[in-house]
Design a protein around this ligand. Structure first.
Ligand code: OGA
Ligand code: NI
Length: 292
């Protein structure tokens, strides 16, 4: 618990091993996602926007970097959207995986409750807009194909995550994920079958800034097709999010200068701001949503 507290307070990221997700399931997830990419995505990526923009840039020989695109192939799975159906076992395996990951997210949130001194279940309740199963749980299946000019763009531009708790199953071998720590970009080294956890903007708000959401990015790479599967445990759009009163009070006791640093807002309003400002600094987002 102390290590998780340290990860949340100092890094905004930590890697979980011994997380209880069966290795056998993780092996199947890797297999069906790689097969899915080969069978259903690889061909399409050849005509994608990043390829076109990169080709144009290289022809121009301008030396600029592409700042408006990511070298990423992505689909998002939620309970009620259409899932890829050509790859044998994909749907079944990913449904099983998502169930396990959602449970893991809830366990991690309980540890955060305890570390923050909040009542057990506080964060889960906030992200479910009360009792009941209202959280938004999404799974992004990404591939970062080999890039002929990795110096000219990012795999995924620097951002913080908008939502609650993010659980990332990254590639065993191909690295690329970096987080910003004290002004320096640091690699999140692949640890086979670990789950990388990070806290999004809504945990920052709930914790009244004790757990910051941290900037991260994915570097494009000239070789290796990096797979990463990010699952997001977020509030539903209608949920109201605000700093936990206990933590605001505590901050006020500890330091009379501290005022409530974050507004109370409807998560859907926050997402409207985020949609426009994902790749910009996060602080103005909290101001913008305060004014809504
Ligand atoms: C994201 C993200 C990292 C990765 O989807 O928000 O940061 O490794 N992904 O794909
Ligand atoms: Ni992210």
């Amino acid at each position: 618990m102390a290590q998780i507290a340290n990860g949340c307070e100092e890094w905004g990221f930590f890697q979980l091993i011994n997380h209880g997700i069966p290795e056998e399931l993780l092996e199947r997830v890797k297999k069906v996602c790689s097969e899915f990419y080969k069978l259903e995505r690889e061909e399409g990526f050849k005509n994608s926007r990043p390829i076109k923009l990169l080709n144009e840039l290289v022809e121009k020989k301008s030396g600029d970097k592409l700042e408006n695109v990511d070298w990423e192939d992505v689909i998002t799975l939620v309970d009620d959207n259409e899932w890829p159906s050509k790859t044998p076992g994909f749907k079944e395996t990913m449904a099983e995986y998502r169930k396990e990951l959602k449970k893991l997210a809830e366990k991690v949130m309980e540890v955060m409750d305890e570390n923050l001194g909040l009542p057990k279940g506080y964060i889960k309740k906030a992200f479910n807009d009360g009792e009941g199963d209202n959280a938004f749980f999404g799974t992004k299946v990404s591939h970062y194909p080999p890039c002929p000019h990795p110096e000219l763009l990012n795999g995924l531009r620097a951002h913080t995550d908008a939502g609650g708790v993010i659980l990332l199953f990254q590639d065993d071998k191909v690295n690329g994920l970096q987080i910003l720590k004290d002004g320096e970009w640091i690699d999140v080294q692949p640890l086979p079958n670990s789950i990388v956890i990070n806290t999004g903007d809504q945990v920052e708000v709930l914790s009244n800034g004790k757990y910051k959401s941290v900037l991260h990015r994915v570097m494009a790479s000239p070789d290796g097709n990096r797979r990463s599967i990010a699952s997001f445990y977020n509030p539903p759009l209608k949920a109201t999010i605000a700093p936990a009163p206990q933590l605001v009070e505590k901050a006020n006791q500890d330091d009379l200068e501290v005022v409530q640093a974050y507004p109370k807002f409807v998560f859907g309003d926050y997402m409207s701001v985020y949609a426009e400002q994902k790749f910009l600094p996060k602080e103005p987002r909290f101001h913008a949503v305060r004014a809504m």
